[in-house]
Design a protein around this ligand. Structure first.
Ligand code: GDD
Ligand code: MN
Length: 348
């Protein structure tokens, strides 16, 4: 049993892997460790170069995969072949400074199960990122933290640089279709102590990022799966609520004045949505506080959603946008507010 396994997925990193291995060797000299490079048959010869360095740096093992490609599956394979009590996952392109590893390991030995090198805690950051990239990264991070309760303790759940005690994976089945392995681990492992260590995400040393649109699609699917598709259930119930509202109104309008039938229709649809979400969407999260409190808070969430819907409708229409389009945007933003408040407040 070695103390630490360093898992490095690689695809087309021939210009980077050598320098990384040199830096790792210098940094980890006094630590009992192994390095596992998982290469997906890179045409630029990354695996050959890693093997060559391995003749001098004996701790290196190279796993060559053929006929498959994928960052997450390469990491999973590396983890499954690791002998270390602790495992650290990192990129091959020097964006994750290996000099941080001893500090991460020390934190783990202090009793933390997962130590995340974090861009989004005080002292951390990113180097040379455009404003667009910063926003996309923050948004993606926010989505994970809203949709998956266990991930909320993490400021940087999408970090690709993290260390964990291998033992926490016992009894945990890592979905081979995962995208973000850290999110997968934190969402599934029980009672883990997590520490976030600030660091600055470095510019890539050589070459280009391999993660494109497909990776984003995988990401969305992964988050949906881990959140048990709650946002979709919530949306389906939202639509049934409209049907309830319209049917009640159509029925009552024959007997009662519109201002009463309208109120009853709205309140009935809010209540039916609440009950459906309580029994279905959030069925596993009913114990946090009392039903009465959830119901009151749900009314608050609906009210805030309605105010947002209305303000967007009026605001965008004043800006010259077609009111129907403005209202569609308003409905969407109101829906998002309603869902987010339901996740983090009502059933939070
Ligand atoms: N084996 C294998 N197969 N490795 C891959 C593949 C693949 O299909 N695709 C990418 N890699 C390797 C790269 O060679 C690199 O070592 C590492 O995975 C990360 O890939 P990059 O292409 O450098 O990704 P990035 O810099 O855009 O994204 C990184 O930072 C993000 C944080 O902003 C990754 O670490 C992400 O996981 C992380 O979220
Ligand atoms: Mn990278």
């Amino acid at each position: 049993m070695v103390k630490l396994s360093v898992v490095i997925p690689t695809y087309m990193e021939a210009e980077n892997i050598g320098l990384l291995l040199v830096r790792l060797r210098d940094t980890l000299e006094s630590i009992d460790h192994e390095v596992i490079v998982v290469d997906d048959d890179s045409p630029d010869g990354t695996a050959d170069i890693a093997e060559e360095y391995g003749r001098w740096y004996r701790n290196v093992r190279v796993i060559r995969r053929t006929g498959v490609r994928g960052l997450a599956s390469a990491i999973i394979e590396g983890i499954s072949k690791a002998y270390g009590s602790y495992i650290v996952v990192m990129d091959a392109d020097m964006q994750h400074p290996p000099e941080l590893i001893p500090t991460m390991l020390a934190k783990a030995e202090d009793g933390y199960d997962v130590v995340v090198a974090s861009r989004y805690v005080r002292g951390g950051g990113v180097s040379r990122w455009s404003i667009g990239r910063r926003i996309v990264s923050r948004l993606a991070t926010l989505i994970a933290r809203i949709a998956i309760p266990r991930v909320r303790v993490l400021r940087d759940p999408l970090s690709g640089f993290f260390l964990f005690r291998k033992g926490i994976l016992e009894g945990v089945s890592i979905d081979p279709e995962s995208c973000k392995i850290l999110v997968e681990i934190v969402a599934k492992a029980r009672d883990v102590r997590i520490y976030e260590l600030p660091y600055r995400f470095q510019p890539r040393y050589r070459g280009r990022s391999k993660l494109g649109l497909m990776e984003w699609i995988r990401y969305v699917k992964h988050i949906l799966r881990l959140s048990e598709y709650r946002i979709l259930k919530f949306a389906i119930i939202g639509v049934t609520g409209i049907i309830v509202n319209l049917s009640i109104l159509a029925l009552l309008i024959n007997y009662l004045p519109v201002w009463i039938s309208g109120l009853i229709a709205i309140e009935t649809s809010i209540l039916s949505n609440f009950i459906a979400n309580d029994l279905w969407t959030f069925s596993s999260r009913r114990s946090k506080h009392s039903m009465a409190r959830r119901m009151i808070e749900y009314h608050g969430a609906v009210a805030i959603g309605a105010v947002i819907n209305y303000s967007v409708l009026v605001g965008l229409t004043y800006l010259g946008i077609n009111p129907i389009i403005a209202n569609m945007v308003g409905i969407l933003l109101g829906f998002i507010a309603n869902y987010v408040l339901s996740e983090i407040v009502v059933w939070g």
